[in-house]
Design a protein around this ligand. Structure first.
Ligand code: GLU
Length: 482
């Protein structure tokens, strides 16, 4: 048995699409499940799309999610170079070889001629297909025109009759009429290959055993098989992955913020949660298990669990899963992740950030939620005194004022300002006053946060804001109520 070798072959577009990341993940899992090799190849032959730094985005993303490649442009390997633009000569050599083998031919058609064919197809409402104009050129004529330096492309030669069948591990056996296939360009006038040619040459030369990619390439697979056959090369196992859609069948969109890994990552989604969630977009373990570490995925991933129906990307489900990951981590680890957010939104030196992490650890699904939870810490928001009235807490303007006055009095004398000492003092006071807990705690919470909801109750907020700030805010509450 050949060693399993898979490749992730992104085109550097400047960001990592969630669909591409899923392809990378499955590609990695299939290799690692078999103790095989996961290869990174950069497909940059479409120079128009090349974006500076775009390759770095690819390295960075793979690194963050922990998909370590065994061979690639940055670490080398026995099958390099791993960047297509550095393999120019190889494609040219193989394109010429394919002409000799009868699987391709030179084409000298001008852009004008091709444009007019395209226009014609458009007018006739048919899909454009090259008309085979240059197929019948004699060998001598081809030689002559090449010697004269005429620009040329090399096109795939497709049998005019018959059918081509290919097998896909997910979609099964698919057969098409050869007459439906376009004799597309393999090598362009600038000497660079088209994707359709480069991927076949590279996959073969790099010993790729399993080709995993999006189902948008499914319709091209028969052409790839004809290429493999013309070269006499072994066809790899094809694994085409279903589309990822949003609820209602819409595509993920970078503009709407749900297509790019970096966008999610920057919002404070955890790499582990994203990986876990996308592993399940199109694959099922066949059990109820929903939470997987990368190692568990390697162990359990099986091509048989792949589905061909479009996967639905549900951002709320991802949010929930992310929250579960946060809740499962220790408060200390959460604190480390939350610190940059605190730095951004809190400047008050008295705020007890360790306590804040204890309060937020179970209240945050995504780290960017932190902003809304802490927006009252530096500055007390404007609030209406009706916020003091809470039916279930049985508060009125009068009893709220009485509670705040008493709280101010006892708290002003408290030296050792800690959550437990504050708690003890307030509960003693509540008892002494003969009131309900909420009648004391709700007014305090309101006076301190100025918001209908806050991370933690009255005693938490007192400890969080510190003595000075707390007393200042209680006083403001008292003034509003009197
Ligand atoms: N470069 C192609 C893309 O980014 C990869 C397709 C493939 O994996 O064969 O879509």
């Amino acid at each position: 048995m050949r060693e399993t070798r898979t490749r992730f072959a992104p085109s550097p577009t400047g960001y990592m699409h969630i669909g591409n990341l899923r392809t990378a993940l499955y590609t990695y899992l299939i290799a690692k499940h078999d103790n095989g090799k996961f290869i990174l190849r950069i497909e940059d032959t479409d120079q128009k799309r090349y974006v500076e730094d775009a390759v770095d985005v690819i390295y960075k993303t793979l690194n963050i999610v922990g998909l370590k490649h065994d061979e690639g442009p940055d670490i080398g390997g026995d099958y390099g170079p791993y960047v297509q633009s550095e393999r120019r000569d190889i494609y040219k050599k193989y394109a010429k070889k394919l002409v000799e083998l009868g699987g391709a031919y030179y084409c000298f058609c001008s852009r004008e001629r091709l444009d007019s064919l395209r226009k014609q197809a458009e007018e006739n409402k048919t899909t454009f297909k090259y008309d085979g104009h240059c197929k019948s050129l004699s060998k001598e004529e081809v030689e002559e025109r090449l010697a004269a330096g005429e620009p040329y492309t090399i096109r795939q030669l497709i049998p005019e009759t018959g059918k081509t069948t290919f097998e896909d591990a997910v979609y099964g056996s698919i057969t098409v009429e050869n007459s439906e296939l376009d004799e597309g360009v393999l090598l362009k006038t600038d000497g660079l290959p088209t994707y359709n040619f480069a991927n076949v040459v590279d996959d073969n030369l790099m010993g790729i055993t399993h080709v995993i990619r999006g189902s948008e390439y499914l319709s091209s697979a028969p052409k790839y098989n004809l290429l493999y056959n013309a070269f006499g090369w072994e066809i790899p196992t094809y694994i085409h992955l279903p589309l990822i859609m949003k609820e209602g069948g819409r595509k993920l969109s970078k503009r709407e913020g749900d297509a790019s890994f970096e966008d999610f990552y920057e919002k404070g989604y955890l790499a582990e949660a994203i990986t876990n969630y996308i592993a399940l977009l199109g694959w099922s373990p066949g059990t109820e298990q929903e939470f997987f570490t990368l190692n568990e995925l390697i162990e359990q991933f099986d091509i048989k669990g792949l589905s061909k129906s479009p996967a639905v990307f549900d951002v709320n489900k991802l949010r929930w899963m992310n929250g579960e990951y946060i809740r499962k981590m220790s408060v200390e680890d959460f604190h480390k992740l939350a610190l940059p957010y605190y730095k951004k939104y809190i400047s008050s030196p008295d705020a007890d950030l360790n306590l804040l992490s204890k309060l937020l650890h179970t209240r945050v699904d995504v780290l960017e939620d932190i902003e809304d939870h802490v927006d009252f810490i530096d500055t007390l928001p404007q609030y209406d005194i009706d916020l003091f009235i809470h039916k279930r807490m049985k508060t009125t303007h009068d009893n709220a004022l009485a509670s705040l006055e008493k709280a101010y009095e006892v708290l002003a004398d408290l030296e050792d300002w800690r959550e437990d000492t504050i708690h003890e003092l307030l509960f003693d006071t509540i008892k002494e006053m003969g009131i309900k807990n909420g009648q004391m705690l709700w007014p305090i919470r309101t006076a301190l946060s100025g918001k209908p909801s806050s991370p933690g109750g009255g005693t938490d907020l007192l400890a969080l804001l510190g003595k000075n700030e707390s007393l200042k805010r209680i006083k403001i509450g008292m003034e509003k109520l009197s």
